[in-house]
Design a binder for this molecule. Structure first.
Ligand code: G3P
Ligand code: CA
Length: 244
């Protein structure tokens, strides 16, 4: 079966990661899903930003989570990628949900990143259900606590446990949070493709991250993954079409 094309931080090889430009580019490239990282500011607002420290995609020092939402709104997350993107702002979840409304078959893989307060995460996730988009969103995280909060406050959303390893403890973590997805680092699946079938036997589907080269896409398909998370969704789309 053909796996879902999941655009990692948007179409992040052609536009600055985790920006509306990258997310729109992924939608227009016919990605099945866009993946984003959502961190919490000091005033409890979700902001789309990957790194925990500032300095790579936005100027500054210290941690993003030590800023309030007004300070994050002033960040420029486009200049580092290319001067043409100067002044690009950090998106908020409502802007991403608006994109899902415009692109009716687009799904969202929402990574809950860094520490979150339960009430703040509940507010963010409620906007998904309120918008009638729950069926198109999967919440994933490395943090079991965030997944437990998500399960408790937003039971209609599917959950994915993110892991850089695989084994009994990962299976226990997936069971602990009632995850439907076990999203595993590609290097682990590349070395042991049986991971995908072992997940399936436990009722878990698998997305592999982050897979950017055709020979690895082929190996991921041979392993039976349900989704390929990639910085190059446009090229994966073309490569899949040429393979048929
Ligand atoms: O979606 C999986 C992947 O995004 C996890 O790693 O560091 O890119 O958020 P990272
Ligand atoms: Ca991520």
């Amino acid at each position: 079966m053909t796996p879902r094309i999941v655009a990692h931080r948007g179409n992040s090889s052609v536009a600055p990661e985790n920006t509306l430009a990258a997310l729109v580019s992924a939608a227009r490239a016919d990605a099945h899903m866009i993946e984003i990282d959502l961190q919490m500011t000091t005033d409890g607002v979700g902001v789309v930003f990957h790194d925990h420290p500032l300095g790579r995609t936005a100027a500054g020092t210290g941690l993003l989570r030590d800023l309030d939402s007004a300070a994050v709104a002033g960040l420029d997350v486009g200049s580092w990628f290319d001067p043409a993107f100067a002044g690009t702002a950090v998106p908020l979840l409502p802007e991403v949900l608006e994109l899902l409304r415009r692109y009716e078959s687009l799904g969202l893989l929402l990574e809950v990143s860094g520490p979150w307060k339960a009430d703040a995460l509940a507010r963010e996730l409620a906007t998904i259900s309120d918008a009638g988009l729950a069926e198109r969103v999967i919440v994933q995280s490395f943090a079991l606590e965030s997944l437990e909060i998500s399960r408790d406050v937003a039971p209609s959303l599917q959950l994915g446990y993110l892991s850089a390893t695989w084994g009994d403890s990962v299976m226990e973590s997936c069971a602990q949070v009632d995850a439907q997805w076990c999203n595993v680092n590609w290097d682990v699946i590349g070395e042991n493709p049986d991971v995908v079938e072992a997940n399936r036997e436990r009722g878990l589907r698998t997305m592999a991250w982050t897979v950017n080269e055709p020979e690895k896409w082929a190996a991921a398909i041979d392993a039976g993954v349900d989704g390929i998370i990639t910085d190059r969704p446009d090229r994966l789309r073309g490569w899949l079409a040429a393979r048929r």
